[in-house]
Design a protein around this ligand. Structure first.
Ligand code: MRU
Length: 356
């Protein structure tokens, strides 16, 4: 039975010698934990979106490195680590937390490789567990910073799922929503269904039900109408990768919402930990955008809704330019425009505790 206190909930857990992931492809109606005992299973779970959301992908990959070292001996230690690293790195291109976690994992490996395979695995496990705990802590801090931007009675719109399911726990955009609700600054949440894979309809609703936060599910194409009728006071979304200038890649459809928010003077907030900021991407143009199978568009839960063989384009993410973002809510505080400058300052402030 899953712990029903949302703040204690995480979509991933380490059990004895393997990683367990809550299979998000079958939520909300079925709660199944996948047992990942090989790196291939972890990689497959990430590719299939059994685990998804940038921070959750990063933490899962950290545990994936541990899984990859299980049973390794001193002779094949280096090859096993490199093969696992490459396998996981190739799963999803946009969420930068994946690469971020893998690079931290490589530092742990380099520090312990001389001690042999068993020592490497022990060190990686301790680090992955710390990374998981640190992610939850970051989200709690971020949630509380975000709640300061809300006022009693606010109706907030969110897109996709940036909740506990998308992170180590607590959530980013939904972390802000949870903290605002707890502070008495939220009336209700508009939940975009988020085509094609319906993360809003299936996952965000599931989380809000469990947290007993009032919401209404809407089709993605309702946003303009809701805003023009004055029914949205705030937008808060997550991020898969934020460039050095503040341009933000997030689930396809986010950019459309940002344009509408600008048109209707609705504050548009991005909520993400510093681990989602990629200072090596100067602008959004440098962010790789994942393109997924056309079947995700032509089929809904296995049912063909388009003529057979209809060509489809399925870009999983879009980029919202920094100029449309009111602020980025991070684990070290709220970053306001000019975002390029406030991002630089945030990294210069030694206030985070990222385990390496
Ligand atoms: O394709 P997904 O479901 O992994 O996309 C997830 C999102 O776009 C989230 O908004 C983002 O990763 C932030 S999760 C805290």
């Amino acid at each position: 039975m899953i712990d029903t206190r949302m703040d204690a909930f995480s979509p991933l857990r380490w059990r004895d010698d393997h990683l367990q992931l809550l299979d998000q492809t079958v939520l909300p109606h079925t709660e199944t934990w996948l047992e990942c005992r090989t790196p291939e299973l972890v990689a497959d779970a990430i590719r299939r979106l059994s685990v998804r959301g940038a921070p959750a992908i990063g933490v899962s990959a950290a545990f994936g490195l541990v899984v990859g070292m299980t049973g390794a001996d001193d002779e094949d230690c280096a090859a096993r680590f490199d093969d696992t690293w490459q396998l996981l790195a190739g799963t999803r291109p946009t969420a930068v937390n994946l690469r971020w976690a893998l690079e931290l994992g490589r530092e742990v490996y380099e520090r312990h490789r001389a001690e042999g395979a068993a020592a490497v695995r022990t060190a990686l496990l301790a680090w992955a567990q710390e990374l998981h705990a640190a992610d939850i802590e970051s989200n709690r801090r971020l949630g509380d910073y975000g709640a300061e931007l809300f006022e009693a009675g606010n109706r907030v719109l969110t897109h996709c799922n940036a909740g506990a399911l998308a992170t180590g726990g607590y959530g980013t955009a939904i972390g802000v929503i949870q903290s605002s609700w707890a502070a008495g600054r939220l009336a209700m949440v508009w939940v975009d269904e988020t085509r094609p894979l319906l993360q809003g309809a299936r996952l965000t609703t599931w989380e809000l039900e469990r947290a007993a936060i009032p919401y209404r599910l809407v089709t993605d194409n309702s946003v303009g109408s809701l805003m023009s009728r004055g029914l949205v006071d705030r937008v808060v979304v997550g991020a898969d990768r934020i460039a050095a200038n503040g341009d933000t890649a997030n689930k396809i459809g986010t950019y459309t919402i940002a344009v509408l928010a600008d048109r209707h003077d609705v504050p548009f907030y991005v909520a993400a930990p510093l681990s989602t900021i990629d200072r090596q991407s100067a602008t959004g143009a440098a962010i790789p955008i994942e393109e997924r199978a056309g079947e995700e568009v032509t089929h809904v839960f296995g049912v063909d809704v388009a003529p057979e063989g209809a060509p489809a384009a399925n870009f999983a993410f879009d980029v919202t330019p920094a100029e449309l973002i009111t602020a980025i809510i991070t684990d070290v505080g709220v970053l306001k425009p000019p975002l390029a400058q406030s991002i630089t300052q945030a990294f210069d402030t030694p206030s985070t505790s990222i385990p390496v």
